[in-house]
Design a protein around this ligand. Structure first.
Ligand SMILES: [Zn+2]
Length: 98
């Protein structure tokens, strides 16, 4: 078992924690799921199910996380990107570089 397992478990608990603002849960999910290049791919509807909300609220949460600088401006519902990892290889659709 990875020594990171408890950390990942806590992150997953926080993603499910509806006491937290949606943009925080999006950010935490990105940290828990980002690959070695800092990209966290999401299946269609995955973030909506995760947050138990609608697509509009997911878009709003992603926008707020982008505005706060905790995810890269290129992030979309298809792929959330940790700050500074926009140029990493990824075939998901991203917003144009800011
Ligand atoms: Zn990506």
């Amino acid at each position: 078992m990875s020594t990171l397992a408890p950390v990942v478990r806590h992150l997953e608990q926080q993603v499910a924690n509806n006491q937290l603002a949606a943009w925080v849960r999006i950010w935490v999910w990105c940290q828990a799921n980002a690959d070695d290049h800092g990209h966290a791919r999401a299946y269609t509807g995955e973030l909506r199910r995760l947050l138990d909300t609608n697509a509009r609220e997911v878009s709003r949460a992603i926008r707020l996380a982008r505005e706060r600088g905790v995810i890269d401006p290129c992030s979309t519902a298809a792929c959330l990107v940790l700050p500074g990892h926009a140029i990493a290889p990824c075939d998901a659709h991203h917003r144009g570089a800011a």
